[in-house]
Design a protein. Structure first.
Length: 242
């Protein structure tokens, strides 16, 4: 269902449940959290699909009849989904979502947990709870609003309409639009991995916001990464003037 492969500094999480169009059941969201916890010292993470034509259909609708019948199970479902999505969002290194196929329902929330979204030629996005007569978790609504603004978030939520890769880039749901999302994600991950990992992780915390980050900025000037980076910069500058 979910595979983890690490090649040097790049970790890749692959969704692979073709019989269900990569829809995740409750156990799948928990498996995602467990997979994320298995990521070691990677410098960048790619989230992708191993199934052609689909990124993910979101939550497994096959379980929804049980939610209708069992009120207690509804909280379990919501918490399982929250566990998987928030585990991805909490990773200290950058996460890139490579979307090349349908990305529907809760899968949009999953993509929003990444730091960067790349949309390929086949990418299609839709936030679909209104069609099912349900809502969307508040945390995920907040992320959607923060990503694309209140008006565009309202449009996607209220209409449940599908938008393609070009429209997704235009409204900011995807940062990059390319023919092949997987290849672009790999190239970007390698560029990230070439930088100082401690600095990249600090920058991710700064983008997210937090306390005492100015002190961490100051402290970085006394660290080994800065010393190494400064030596490399000075050596390059001297070479350029020879």
């Amino acid at each position: 269902m979910i595979q983890l492969h690490q090649d040097g500094p790049i970790a890749t999480i692959t969704l692979e449940r073709g019989e269900a169009r990569n829809a995740l059941p409750m156990a799948g969201w928990e498996a995602l959290a467990e997979t994320v916890r298995g990521i070691g010292d990677a410098r960048a993470v790619i989230l992708r699909s191993g199934v052609g034509g689909i990124f993910s259909a979101g939550a497994d609708i096959g379980e929804f009849a049980r939610l209708q019948a069992d009120p207690a199970l509804r909280t379990t479902f919501r918490q399982a989904m929250r566990t998987g999505i928030d585990a991805l969002a909490a990773l200290p290194m950058p996460v890139i979502a490579a979307v090349d196929g349908g990305c529907f329902g809760a899968a949009v929330a999953l993509a929003l947990a990444a730091d960067i979204r790349i949309a390929g030629d086949q990418a299609v996005f839709a936030v679909t709870p209104a069609r099912l007569g349900i809502g969307y978790p508040q945390v995920d609504v907040a992320r959607l609003v923060a990503q694309i603004g209140r008006g565009q978030a309202s449009r996607l939520l209220f209409t449940a309409e599908r938008i393609g890769a070009d429209a997704a880039e235009r409204i900011g749901l995807a940062e990059i639009r390319v023919p092949d999302a997987g290849a672009a994600a790999q190239a970007m991950a390698l560029r990230i991995a070439a930088n100082a990992p401690g600095a990249v992780r600090l920058l991710k915390r700064m983008v997210a916001g937090g306390d005492d980050l100015d002190t961490q900025f100051d402290d970085a000037f006394g660290g080994a990464e800065f010393a190494e980076g400064l030596r490399a910069f000075q050596a390059k500058r001297e070479a350029d003037f020879r």
